[in-house]
Design a protein around this ligand. Sequence first.
Ligand SMILES: [Zn+2]
Length: 121
Amino acid sequence: MTMTCPKCQSNSVEQKRPAEKVGAGLGAACGGVTGWLGAVKGAAAGAKMGLAFGLSGGPVGSAVGMTLGGFAGGVTGALTGIGLGTVLGSEVGQRLDSTVLNNCHCQECGHRFSSGTSDSG
Ligand SMILES: [Zn+2]
């Protein structure tokens, strides 16, 4: 999609998306924390399963099984949370960029405007 300056109708318009980046970062952080907290349950379940399987292999087997089970549960949950949070956060940021902020900058006349508005100033 090509942006046109509402003031001078120039096509050389620079589009910035600060909120999208901030949103993606915030989403990743929130999603990571949420995913990690949720994964604690999964890690506990994984550790129990690993312990049960590992018992047949003696104390070393149970320790290895518990570690692997807990690690797999925790990492999977955190990664899933970060991925979901990034997608959601950047989506929210994109809407902010297009509606709230003057994210478009005309390189011909220096006019700043929002991509979501169509005012002819
Ligand atoms: Zn312009």
